[in-house]
Design a protein around this ligand. Structure first.
Ligand SMILES: C[S@@+](CC[C@H](N)C(=O)[O-])C[C@H]1O[C@@H](n2cnc3c(N)ncnc32)[C@H](O)[C@@H]1O
Length: 223
């Protein structure tokens, strides 16, 4: 497993650095601000403003530290009344417990999901006003059973310059076929070639203002 170092970012939150790629998991301008702006505000919140599902399915490619998932769960608790499922894909999960003990996670995100991640659980059920389940299972994507199954995809692979295979037409077609009609794909990435690949894969592509310190991000819709 590659060495990951905790790195502070400009908004006071932390990210990890993947030494083998010389790349951080989030923006150095603010990890939490980036996650909140790209994935919650322009992904999940946007979808729920346009749709009123009783059941919501989210897929995250590149689950990493789980920051996006923890923010999503908090958002859903406060803004959603149905049931939800969140599938995280991550071939190299970090040591969540070690991150927790090093103060990686802000106290606003402490709760049952983080506790369960720290215990090594891969299927975490949350009960309450809006019950949900978080599943970490790499066999669920790409797979036949993922086709037309998700409403929102958080596409959080390493940058196209570092992990080009994740941004090819073929990879993005897999994401396209995993979405329901009306579904939303969202990413921090803003590269022109990647956007052309998204179009080739069948998406309607939108350029949006990026999080602090970044000019643009990308949202893509399956119309
Ligand atoms: C930019 S970081 C994601 C940050 C993460 N969402 C978070 O909040 O911490 C990219 C992640 O993609 C993961 N990754 C690498 N190859 C992958 C693959 N083939 N499929 C899915 N995830 C992959 C990396 O291990 C890393 O955790």
């Amino acid at each position: 497993m590659a060495i990951q170092e905790i790195v502070p970012t400009a908004d006071g939150s932390f990210t990890l650095k993947a030494a083998h790629l010389d790349e951080t998991y989030h923006s150095r301008h603010g990890a939490l601000s980036e996650s909140a702006h790209v994935f919650i505000e322009n992904g999940l919140k946007y979808f729920l403003e346009k749709n009123t599902p009783s059941r919501l399915n989210i897929l995250e490619i590149g689950f990493g530290t789980g920051l996006n998932a923890l923010l999503a769960e908090k958002f859903l608790q406060e803004n959603f009344n149905g049931t939800w499922q969140y599938v995280g894909i991550e071939p190299f999960p970090p040591d969540f417990r070690a991150l927790f003990h090093q103060g990686f996670y802000p106290s606003s995100l402490h709760g049952p999901i983080l506790e369960a991640l720290c215990q090594g659980q891969k299927k975490i059920e949350i009960f309450g006003k809006n019950s949900g389940i978080l599943i970490l299972d790499n066999s669920l994507w790409p797979s036949e059973s993922a086709q037309g199954r998700f409403d929102v995809i958080f596409y959080d692979a390493f940058a196209p310059s570092k992990q080009p295979e994740m941004w090819t037409i073929l990879s993005l077609e897999k994401a396209f076929s995993s979405l329901n009609k009306g579904g939303v794909w969202v990413s921090y990435a803003a590269q022109g070639a990647m956007r052309r690949n998204l179009k080739q894969a069948g998406f309607h592509v939108e350029k949006l203002p990026g999080p602090p310190g970044k000019r643009e991000m990308t949202r893509a819709l399956k119309l």
